[in-house]
Design a binder for this molecule. Structure first.
Ligand SMILES: Cc1cc2nc3c(=O)[nH]c(=O)nc-3n(C[C@H](O)[C@H](O)[C@H](O)COP(=O)(O)O)c2cc1C
Ligand code: SF4
Ligand code: FES
Length: 618
């Protein structure tokens, strides 16, 4: 539920005043500098934004105070209330939920002696809940300031807290990877153009990237015409890997001929879809590949400027991307007149503020512009009217990262991988009740069963698969007898699943379907931006109704109403967030009728609903 919190007053030291003024003056010169400035000011003030700091930002950046408040209150990473030295953000999204996040919350509350939103008496820890942190392979997980702690157990939590209390907070820039190296997972049998460098090179070294053919794709593209580059990408069959699967080359072909300048490339690195961890592996392990893909895209459509919009929790990704941008500028792979070609391309890194809907391309554009992250009404689409109202290509990290090899090796090389319906390779993720949650890059068409059994190590011993939610939180549930479906767009659609971002949430027979649907609906009502009524109210009503189902007080008429309401949201909501609940409500009601019927009769077959109701009551 939205709470309107009045910012708290706290005097600023003279150092803080000087620091804030310096940050504001610097970011006032940068288009879209408001959010990055707020992140830095929050750091200077000790993890929160006192009223005095906001007033100073408002004056120095010439931003009206109500506008400033309106923007910052949209983003969960900003706080106008005092917080501790360390912010503990425990993930409550489905992949963590099915692996016991609620038990970890109860333990954290006991251990710290605080409730969610409170700070310990010594001022050390503030406890918060958060949507997916993008580290689902180590679920259940929490992030303390910049550092992720996964595979949580009570013993692990106790040890981590003891380390922080003893002043032993890890330095996030010194870890090799936020979670696991790729070697923690079984190797792919296929060629892996996207992940080929991850863990094989030093991601902080441009020389390492160059020694493995880095920037050869850009060099080749610069010898071709812009139209030729677009055509190669078109012919390759590459489809957007951010979720919707729109053909990448086709998207570029709409923007290339436009005579409206400047044009922009945006790399969507928001990665907020629960279960999705793939873009982080590329950005942390091979950041130059992302930059190279963006520069080629810029050349192809006539854009000279690019933004990377990276989710605020991905500190290591941002650290390595910024280093890569600086190195590429120094070596002439970015900047003015790249390699003497006459083509110029600059990249700016932008930080998100903890909002799932900002992954939606037009919400993301508004966020870059320093506004609340409301999705725009479409059309017009960003390809014609995007950031700063100019033609803008928005592509996912994985889509852009596929481009350098496609240009180097040709459309046919890429097309020869995968299937007739779905070309190329894709990074898949398997999370939830498997023995080895993780990621792998494979040719499209990999049978889902192989992803679960071979790469994921199968479901936990003594259990069987009950359901899989393929594609992400917005997608339908499939049954065990549908897991032989190949991971390609048409086949997955046929079973009312989706390739989506390539993540597969596996649930075994200990799972209560109603409980997971409740967790999903909680996520959607929390992340609804409130811009349009059908979703603002609809997601809330759906959540209230699933709570009734879970506590055994709903009727069949309530289920019918939920389906009707979610269906009408697909017809009336402004963006795909509001369209999402229908697919998992429809498929779970059709495919798990006995489970819903048991709840209507007041009985949760696994006991999960009673357990969670008791936990919430305490
Ligand atoms: C609520 C919502 C969240 C989204 N989150 C992401 C995201 O985190 N990353 C992403 O690439 N695309 C995300 N998308 C899809 C984008 O709107 C857009 O389709 C995508 O960035 C286009 O890139 P692609 O064609 O390369 O996939 C999201 C869409 C919606 C509706
Ligand atoms: S559908 Fe939901 S998230 Fe999308 S614009 Fe409407 S309220 Fe916002
Ligand atoms: S990190 Fe918890 S669901 Fe992704």
């Amino acid at each position: 539920m939205l709470e309107i919190k009045r910012p708290v007053s706290a005097p600023l030291s003279s150092d803080q005043v000087a620091g804030i003024q310096e940050v504001c003056r610097r970011f006032k010169q940068v288009k879209g500098g408001l959010l990055p400035a707020l992140h830095q000011v929050q750091r200077l003030c000790g993890n929160w934004l006192p009223m005095e700091a906001l007033q100073l930002v408002s004056r120095t950046m010439d931003v009206p105070y109500p506008y400033l408040y309106g923007v910052l209150s949209f983003y969960t990473m900003f706080s106008t209330q005092p917080r501790g030295k360390y912010i503990i953000r425990l993930c409550e999204s489905p992949p963590c939920h099915v692996l016991g996040a609620e038990d970890m919350l109860a333990f954290l509350q006991r251990e710290l002696g605080v409730q969610v939103g409170e700070t310990t008496a010594d001022g050390l820890f503030t406890l918060e809940l958060t949507a997916c942190l993008g580290v689902c392979e180590v679920a259940p997980a929490m992030q303390i300031n910049e550092v992720v702690h996964g595979h949580l157990t009570p013993e692990k939590i106790r040890q981590v807290l003891a380390d922080y209390r003893a002043g032993k907070a890890p330095d996030y820039t010194q870890v090799r990877r936020t979670t696991n190296p790729l070697s923690a997972y079984p190797p792919s049998p296929d060629e892996t153009p996207l992940l080929q460098n991850v863990d094989q090179i030093d991601p902080m070294s441009i020389d390492d990237y160059l020694s493995r053919g880095g920037y050869e794709g850009l060099k080749k593209a610069l010898t071709m015409t812009d139209e030729e580059v677009v055509n190669v990408v078109k012919e390759s069959g590459l489809r957007g890997r951010g979720g919707a699967g729109f053909p990448t080359g086709l998207k570029w072909s709409f923007t290339r001929p436009l005579k409206v300048f400047p044009k922009f490339i945006i790399c969507n690195a928001d990665e907020g879809e629960p279960g999705t961890i793939k873009d982080r592996y590329i950005m942390e392990g091979d950041p130059h590949r992302v930059l190279e893909g963006m520069a080629i895209a810029g050349y192809a459509v006539g854009a000279n400027f690019g933004y990377i919009y990276c989710r605020g929790e991905y500190y290591l990704s941002m650290h390595r991307l910024q280093n890569a941008i600086d190195q590429a500028m120094e070596r002439g792979f970015l900047g003015d007149n790249i390699l003497g070609s006459g083509f110029s391309f600059h990249i700016q890194l932008q930080t998100g503020g903890g909002s799932y809907v900002c992954g939606e391309e037009t919400a993301l554009i508004n966020s870059i512009e320093g506004q609340r992250g409301y999705p725009r009404v479409k059309p017009p689409f960003p390809g014609t009217v995007g950031v700063w109202n100019k033609p803008t290509i928005v592509n996912n990290v994985e889509s852009l990262s596929a481009v350098p090899e496609i240009i180097k090796k040709g459309a046919q090389w890429y097309k020869s991988k995968g299937t007739e319906d779905s070309a190329g390779t894709k990074i898949f993720q398997v999370v939830g009740h498997v023995n080895r949650p993780g990621i792998v890059e494979c040719n499209m068409g990999l049978p889902l069963r192989q992803l679960i059994d071979h790469f994921g190590g199968g479901v936990r011993s003594g259990h069987r698969i009950k359901a899989v939610q393929p594609g992400g939180a917005a997608c339908g549930f499939i049954l065990p007898d549908q897991v032989d479906t190949p991971l390609e767009y048409a086949a997955m659609m046929k079973v009312e699943g989706a390739v989506g971002s390539g993540t597969m949430l596996v649930m075994d027979d200990t799972t209560c379907i109603v409980d997971v649907v409740k967790c999903l609906l909680y996520f959607f009502q929390h992340e609804s931006c409130g811009f349009c009524l059908p979703c603002r109210r609809g997601t809330r009503v759906l959540y209230e109704m699933i709570c009734k189902v879970a506590d055994g007080t709903a009727t069949q008429a309530d289920l019918d109403r939920m389906l009707f309401l979610s269906k009408s949201m697909t017809e009336s909501a402004n963006c795909a967030l509001g369209w999402s609940p229908y697919s998992f409500l429809k498929t779970t009601m059709e495919r798990f009728p006995d489970e819903y019927a048991a709840h209507l009769a007041g009985h949760c077959p696994t006991g999960a609903c009673q357990k969670h109701a008791q936990a919430a009551a305490h």
